[in-house]
Design a protein around this ligand. Sequence first.
Ligand SMILES: [Zn+2]
Length: 269
Amino acid sequence: MHRPVVVGKAFTLTMLHMGPVQVESAVLFETPEEMCRRVWRTLRPGRPVPEIRVDFCPFASARSCARLRDGCLHVRISDVFEGAPAPVLEALLYLLLAKLFRLPVPAPYRHRYRLYWNRRDVRQRLHRLRRERGRKALTQPEGQVYNLSEIFDALNAKYFHGRLRRPALGWSLRPSRRVLGHYDAAHDAIIISRLLDRPSTPRLLVEYVMFHEMLHLQFPDESHGTRRQVHPPAFRQAEKAFDGLEAARRLARAFGSAEPPALTEGHRR
Ligand SMILES: [Zn+2]
């Protein structure tokens, strides 16, 4: 039913992008189900292998999941991974099954998965899928208390010589205390938590969150191997220009986010 994993060309890609990777010969020519069975045996030695089904699903994100029910293991993988090199699929299956059984994931698999994940072409494909399939989760820029367009324009004039282009702006559909704002590159939108749109929220905090997200427009994140640097040094330096930075960070912390980096937890990883 499923296409066998193609590895001829993929294998070369593996060597190019991932450096020397130990690939068991068994990886070659396995179907996703066969691969999943092998991963199961490695993680659950001696346990009977259940019936296994692996589907590639047209999710709007890279989210994948594994579920064990009525003696059947059902793995649903985002079709972003369809056509991924076999060792990447293998790493993903290790991650999913280890999570299912609350087992630690061997570091090499985690590493291999992240390397693939941070590849520019993979991220671009994901952005495209999210644009096509995902719903943009934001409302109009005019809130009950604050108008995001107005705030954007004022900050643009003050800190960016008015040169920053304006993306879509809106309040999040769901109130989030943890993620105060994020820049959604797939939809080219700055989304601010609607919890901030209250008379009790100091304007300084809303401006700081907006300013931070505007810097993401100016400084796209950088990838270095497995590490994706969402706040490159130039970003950090530019952020210091914000008037009242320390006070704003204190407000952000008090609002319920732990540390300033918590502002970034909404970045799509
Ligand atoms: Zn950030």
